[in-house]
Each structure stands twice: as structure tokens, then as C-alpha cells.
Design a protein around this ligand. Structure first.
Ligand SMILES: NC(=O)c1ccc[n+]([C@@H]2O[C@H](COP(=O)([O-])OP(=O)(O)OC[C@H]3O[C@@H](n4cnc5c(N)ncnc54)[C@H](OP(=O)(O)O)[C@@H]3O)[C@@H](O)[C@H]2O)c1
Length: 271
């Protein structure tokens, strides 16, 4: 760990995925609110004022354990833990490869479980654990079944954890963004991602980051982009018939939205 021990008066936040589209926006908000941020990343040299970077590969349990023990040594009290790292690799079942399955399950599900387990002793009353989940946790995505499975699992873990930690007054929240305009969305679409990402225009990462920030400072909750998103996706989860009836309209809206999104993208540098 390259930084110094955080002053005890500042709230300490541990954040995964802090180098990504949503994570970078979140860290900016945290610094503006005078948090001391510890980020976990595979990339080295990500230190900046108010931020301490720890190298960690979330697909590697040994690396997670090592990062967690470094954090516990240097920052014995953690106020906020945000699980924001994530990967999606669209592939149809029957063509899945084992490496891709393992990476998605590891980063999207196992790592948040492992990291929470290791860091929980450093959290106390008033602490908050936030899971950056996805609409895929409620609305199944054909072509991204492994991501869907991991995010469904993550929701289950978060809900059970909330029950477990309620007596200790540690808050547990999840946020379920629809699509967000980040490198993840671009990569997903380059490899055949879901057209449903474009039913509504992708959100600015700053909006998602503000919602995560609000979660960190309130009581346990599940946050959706809109009341409609929450109600409709849960209705589709309840009724497979409603889901299948809705899909043609959703595909139409998604294709239209994707065309508009591509028109808005800056031209690629051909040099
Ligand atoms: N973008 C969307 O449309 C969207 C929609 C709904 C939900 N979400 C969720 O939002 C979260 C953030 O997504 P994003 O769009 O900001 O993604 P992003 O820009 O692609 O960033 C991904 C982040 O995950 C980290 N990461 C990936 N694999 C890792 C590994 N093996 N070890 C350590 N860190 C790893 C990356 O860190 P390093 O490269 O520095 O290691 C990076 O900071 C994810 O959980 C995603 O599922 C995104």
C-alpha cells in the first residue's frame, strides 16, 4: 500500500471497479465529499490525492485476500465498501468457453462475497456496503446468461447480507442501473451485447455515481433507474408470459435506440 494511514476523522471508502466508467465518476464524488478512498485495481500507479491504490486481480482469491489484509493493516476502520467492478462477455450457451464463464462468475459474484467476508470485521455501526448490480439481476438477458446468473446471485447475497447485518446497524444496498455509457457498454456491444441496453438512452456515469453516493449515506435500499423499470422488470420476473409478450416491442425500441446511440458517437480516428 503506497499511502499513509487515513486520518480518523475522514470517512474511509474501499471501492472496486474505481478505474472504470462508473467507478471514476464515483471516486470524484467521494473526493469532493472528503472521503479517503482506497481503490482496488489490476492496474498499478493509480494513486491520486485522497486515493490509495492497491493492486488486486479480483479473479484471484489469493490476490483478494492479500489486498484485504493490507487494507485491514493500514485502515482498521472502513465506513463504506462499494463493489463496482464487473465484466460482461456475451456468448450463447453451447458456445461458452470455460475461461469466460469463470472470469464473469469470479469478478461479478465470488469477489464481492470474498471481499465482504474479509473486510467485514473492519466495519461497524453506521457502515455501508453497496453492490453495483444491474437490471440483469431481475431481467434475464439472452446471450449474456452467465452475467445474468452472476448478477441474480449477487442480489441474493446482498439481500441475505442485509438481513444478517441489520442487528449490527450495518447498511447494505444494491443499485440496478440500466445501461450506462461506459467502456463496458462499448465492449459489450462490440461482442454482440443486448439490444435492450438501448430501450432508453444509456445513462451518464455521473448520474449512476450520484445514486451510489446517495446509497452510501442513507439506510439500506435497492435503487432502480425509475419506478417503471423496477415495476416492469419484477412483473416480467413473476410472469414469463408477460416477458415473452413484451420482447418484440422491446426489440423494436432497442434497435431504434441503438441506431440513435451510434449516430451520437464521435467518429473513430482512422489514422
Ligand atoms: N455500463 C453499463 O451499462 C452497466 C449497466 C448496469 C450495471 N453495470 C455495472 O456497473 C459496474 C461498473 O461498470 P462500468 O460500466 O463502470 O465498467 P467498466 O468501465 O468496464 O469498468 C470495469 C471495472 O471493473 C474492474 N475490473 C474488471 N475486471 C477486474 C479484475 N479481474 N480485477 C479487478 N478489477 C477488475 C476494472 O478495473 P481495472 O481494469 O483497473 O482492474 C474497472 O475498474 C459493473 O459491476 C457493471 O456490471 C454497468
Amino acid at each position: 500500500m503506497n499511502g499513509k494511514t487515513a486520518p480518523s476523522t475522514r470517512r474511509v471508502a474501499v471501492v472496486t471497479g474505481a478505474t472504470g466508467g462508473i467507478g471514476q465518476a464515483l471516486v470524484r464524488h467521494m473526493i469532493a465529499r472528503d472521503y479517503s478512498v482506497i481503490l482496488l485495481s489490476r492496474q498499478t500507479g493509480r494513486d491520486m490525492p485522497g486515493v490509495t491504490a492497491i493492486t488486486c486481480d479480483l479473479t484471484d482469491t489469493g490476490s483478494i485476500h492479500q489486498a484485504a489484509s493490507t487494507i485491514m493493516k493500514d485502515a482498521p476502520r472502513i465506513d463504506v465498501l462499494v463493489h463496482c467492478a464487473g465484466v460482461i462477455s456475451p456468448q450463447n450457451v453451447g458456445q461458452l468457453d470455460s475461461t469466460t464463464i469463470a472470469r464473469q462468475i469470479a469478478v461479478d459474484l465470488t469477489a464481492p462475497v470474498e471481499l465482504t467476508n474479509y473486510l467485514l470485521p473492519a466495519m461497524g455501526r453506521g457502515g455501508h456496503i453497496v453492490f453495483v448490480n444491474s437490471m440483469a439481476a431481475i431481467f434475464p438477458l439472452a446471450g449474456s446468461s452467465v452475467y445474468t446468473a452472476a448478477k441474480f446471485g449477487l442480489r441474493g447475497f446482498a439481500r441475505a447480507l442485509e438481513q444478517e447485518l441489520r442487528p449490527r446497524r450495518i447498511q447494505v444496498s444494491s443499485i440496478y442501473p440500466a445501461s450506462v455509457n461506459t467502456p463496458m457498454l462499448s465492449r459489450e456491444m462490440e461482442s454482440g451485447g443486448s439490444i435492450y441496453n438501448f430501450i432508453d438512452p444509456p445513462q451518464d456515469p455521473d448520474i449512476t455515481a450520484k445514486r451510489i453516493m446517495q446509497c452510501c449515506e442513507r439506510s439500506s435500499r435497492e435503487v432502480f433507474s425509475s419506478v417503471f423499470d423496477k415495476a416492469f422488470t419484477h412483473a416480467c420476473l413473476f410472469s414469463m408470459k408477460l416477458l415473452n409478450l413484451s420482447l418484440p416491442t422491446m426489440r423494436f425500441l432497442g434497435r431504434r435506440g441503438y441506431r440513435a446511440y451510434r449516430r451520437r458517437q464521435p467518429p473513430q480516428d482512422m489514422g
